[in-house]
Design a binder for this molecule. Sequence first.
Ligand SMILES: C[S@@+](CC[C@H](N)C(=O)[O-])C[C@H]1O[C@@H](n2cnc3c(N)ncnc32)[C@H](O)[C@@H]1O
Length: 228
Amino acid sequence: MHVLKEWFKLLFYRKSKTEIQSLEEQLSNPKGVEGIKLGHTMYASNLGMIRSSINRLNLKGNDVVLELGHGNCHHLNYIEEKVQDIDFHGLEISDVMHKEAKQFQSKLKITFKLYDGTIIPYQDLYFDKLMTVNTIYFWEDPSKLLQEIDRVLKVKGVFVLTFVAKDFMKKLPFVGDRFALYDIANIEKLIERTNLQITKVEEKVERVKNKLNVLVDREYLIIKMIKN
Ligand SMILES: C[S@@+](CC[C@H](N)C(=O)[O-])C[C@H]1O[C@@H](n2cnc3c(N)ncnc32)[C@H](O)[C@@H]1O
């Protein structure tokens, strides 16, 4: 049955297994010219998720904000329309995405850095707000990174975690071993030993073209947390 399903996916999406594996690898850490192209595709297909996450931050003047895994970060435009006097920081593990983001023109005060994907290179209680979209699947040590998020957030700071839910992800052809999949219960368990508390969970659906150019109704979660 499993083999049949795999075969159907490959036929349906008209991609070879190698192409699908390479897409999976690129999504987790975009590299080279292909990585730059993928940065644009991701931006286009994930813009709804990204904008919804930015909206949930309720940005205000003087906020110090961190985004983990910002991709090419062309959504700085959208942030700029809302608020100009924030201090925005972005961390990436992908050298290519880091460089693409740095080249993007913006009037905001911005700092982009590369990091190891687990230890956030900032002091305790540094940020008012923190967001990440479509990155949790690739975190090497999710418990540790959530502890780090807890550490760098100020008390009453806001964390918005956005990702496509496990049940939907399972059906995607390019989702294999590189992806770890989550639902709400998994996140509740992971934050047990932090000061983070979930204040709102939104389950959303939007029609988008996926990375393989096929229209899908994507189900995703926006989890808003506060640090106590
Ligand atoms: C699927 S892309 C999503 C990009 C963008 N956030 C979006 O939703 O379009 C995943 C991004 O997360 C980055 N990434 C993977 N693991 C990460 C980690 N532990 N911390 C920060 N970024 C990470 C990758 O380099 C890649 O740019």
